[in-house]
Design a protein around this ligand. Structure first.
Ligand code: FEO
Length: 162
């Protein structure tokens, strides 16, 4: 059985993951409108992954006999200046999510909630990848600078994501 504190914290994480999906979908829409088709596809795929992350928390709460509470999702930004700005913002956001996951783990440890600790292991590993991939793309875009050709090449590469 989940403690009330743990249940509330896991419900807040559903909201964090759904906000992530909202944020990345907004970035996808911006990229699509700017004709960065590859980045639009990449961000749409990322948004879908975030919904799956939310579903993992949702199912875990129910499995542990807890109550799912869907909280209001805040509005994400809709304007960015460049692809670089988008991926820098995505990297900053993933660092925030890593902190959320670490805080959840700390709470589960304090509460001696071993099954939540084991459940969170997947997310701890996932966050390493989430940070690494957004940072790598931001660094490539930083290197591309103002070169339209280089930016379009990176955009094409992003479009290869399944
Ligand atoms: Fe669900 Fe991108 O962290």
């Amino acid at each position: 059985m989940l403690s009330k504190r743990m249940e509330d914290a896991l419900n807040r994480q559903i909201n964090e993951e759904l906000y992530s999906a909202y944020l990345y979908q907004a970035m996808s829409a911006w990229a699509e409108a700017e004709n960065y088709k590859g980045a639009a596809k990449w961000m749409a795929a990322q948004a879908k992954e975030e919904v799956e992350h939310a579903a993992k928390f949702y199912n875990f709460i129910l499995e542990r006999g807890g109550k799912v509470k869907l909280l209001a999702i805040k509005q994400p930004p809709s304007e960015w200046k460049s692809l670089l700005e988008i991926f820098e913002a995505a990297y900053e956001h993933e660092k925030h999510i890593t902190k959320c996951i670490n805080d959840l783990y700390e709470l589960a440890t304090r509460e001696r909630d071993y099954s939540t600790q084991v459940f969170l292991h997947w997310f701890i590993e996932e966050q390493v990848e989430e940070e690494a991939q957004t940072l790598e793309i931001a660094e490539l875009l930083r290197r591309a600078g103002d070169s339209t050709n280089a930016i379009l090449m990176i955009d094409a590469k992003l479009g290869a994501r399944e």
